[in-house]
Design a protein. Structure first.
Length: 107
């Protein structure tokens, strides 16, 4: 069904979509791994919300490429603790154990 064919009950309403994070961090290291940077950038750019990878192109100096993990995970910055914040953050991270559920409310 196209949007134009959607029932009237959906049209002419203003809704708010809230993405609620669930799950836990399994310390897989995918979010810090430069191997996934190009795929992540593609998702951000396609979404229109812009390219916003932590540490940019240089990557994080605390990433241990041999182990594929953070060198000091227990003391990682708050920005890393709060990751992921939105669903697109994890779209190119195959081992991430977080997931999001969406709550839709009419405003
Ligand atoms: S500080 Fe650790 S958790 Fe944060 S981006 Fe760097 S390697 Fe990843
Ligand atoms: S990809 Fe997800 S599960 Fe893996 S270290 Fe990052 S936040 Fe944790």
């Amino acid at each position: 069904m196209s949007l134009a064919e959607a029932p009237n009950i959906v049209r002419n309403k203003t809704i708010r979509i809230k993405h609620i994070r669930h799950g836990y961090c399994n310390s897989c290291g995918d979010c810090c791994n430069p191997d996934f940077r190009a795929a992540r950038r593609a998702f951000y750019e396609a979404s229109g919300i812009g390219y916003k990878l932590t540490h940019g192109e240089a990557g994080c100096p605390d990433f241990d490429s041999e182990r594929g993990k953070c060198r000091d995970y227990s003391k990682r910055p708050m920005e890393c603790v709060r990751f992921p914040r939105i669903p697109i953050d994890i779209m190119a991270l195959p081992q991430c154990s977080y997931y999001f559920l969406s709550e839709i409310t009419e405003v």
